[in-house]
Design a protein around this ligand. Structure first.
Ligand SMILES: NC(=O)c1ccc[n+]([C@@H]2O[C@H](COP(=O)([O-])OP(=O)(O)OC[C@H]3O[C@@H](n4cnc5c(N)ncnc54)[C@H](OP(=O)(O)O)[C@@H]3O)[C@@H](O)[C@H]2O)c1
Length: 300
């Protein structure tokens, strides 16, 4: 099942604030580590050609240590690739970015916690993407924080939204208590957390987001717990048995199962490979039966 005749519209749409996006999006993080520059640009352009209009990124998505395809090279930023591939941007493409994590030159991670630090990160995203306003900014939490700190940081972003630097706000790597705190400050259009058929610790939050009309945007949909463990992708489990019977791939079943968790669930599979991209987009047209959904569900 490939995307020859299937485009991103097959997955349906969801409203993010005043914008409507297709539920089949694209995650740009992996463009900085595996793909060569030309291929990364090609993947991004092909995604938009296939109707993908929700692209996830961050200014801190860059090739760690300047290593590209296993070879030392110059540092490559996902945001720069997006600007090169898609600028000047078409109005219908929504680029979601995130602030919070603050990579150190030694490879460790800090965290932007003050209003001034968050503003510098927003400004970096504006200049790298080459836009006057960011469509969507997720506040990505790194270390555990309580409601007051959440409200402070989200409030700093809400001020930049009021200034016109940001259009919509979301949260990432959070629990329901962070969503509560942020919603008291400003509208939350999406929550981006790790979630997959075999990565289910945010099941309840996924449902809660649906009840509140907030988009739930899972990452690691394909990679699952392997990504957190730094391992390769598995090809076992119910999704692969179903895939063999349906003539699709297990990755497509994982994406279809995720999309069927709720109309408010938007996927952002990441790839540096055009054929994988086409396969992922085509998964938007795959509908699992109740029995197949239940079989995959047993992975939890
Ligand atoms: N908010 C956060 O904290 C956070 C954290 C992580 C990621 N994210 C976002 O979420 C996006 C998705 O996360 P992710 O890229 O780590 O995980 P993912 O989308 O679940 O999986 C990506 C992995 O699957 C492979 N893949 C993708 N499509 C495939 C296909 N059709 N067949 C075979 N392999 C396939 C990719 O390799 P190939 O390149 O070889 O296809 C890559 O190894 C990221 O790009 C990023 O935008 C957000």
């Amino acid at each position: 099942m490939t995307a020859e005749r299937i485009d991103a519209s097959a997955a349906g749409e969801w409203r993010l604030g005043d914008r409507v996006v297709r539920r089949m999006g694209f995650g740009s993080m992996r463009l900085t580590v595996r793909a060569d520059r030309e291929r990364a640009v090609e993947v991004l352009r092909r995604a938009v050609e296939l109707g993908v209009d929700h692209i996830d990124t961050a200014a801190f998505y860059f090739s760690p240590g300047g290593i590209l395809d296993g070879q030392p090279g110059t540092v490559r930023y996902a945001t720069d690739l997006i600007r090169e591939a898609l600028g000047p941007y078409r109005r219908e493409v929504l680029i979601a970015t995130k602030v919070g994590p603050d990579p150190h030159p030694d490879g460790g991670w800090g965290e932007a916690v003050t209003a001034a630090q968050l503003r510098r990160q927003v400004e970096e995203n504006l200049s790298r993407l080459g836009v006057e306003a960011l469509d969507l900014v997720n506040l990505r939490i790194v270390r555990p924080i309580g409601p007051e700190e959440t409200a402070e940081r989200f409030g700093a972003l809400a001020e930049m939204r009021a200034e016109g630097l940001i259009r919509h706000l979301g949260l990432s790597n959070v629990g329901v208590e962070h969503v509560d705190a942020a919603q008291r400050v400003a509208p939350v259009v999406c929550v981006q957390n790790a979630h997959a058929v075999d990565l289910r610790r945010h099941d309840a939050l996924l449902r809660e987001c649906g009840e509140r009309g907030i988009a739930f945007v899972p990452f690691f949909t394909i990679a699952g717990p392997a990504r957190e463990a730094g391992a390769g992708l598995g090809t076992d489990g119910a999704e692969w048995r179903i895939a063999a019977a349906r003539g699709v791939t297990g990755h497509q079943v994982r994406l279809a199962w995720t999309l069927q968790q709720g109309e408010h669930v938007l996927v952002i599979p990441g790839t540096g490979d055009v054929a994988h991209l086409e396969e992922n987009v085509a998964a938007g047209a795959l509908r699992l039966t109740e029995d197949e959904l239940a079989e995959v569900d047993q992975r939890r």
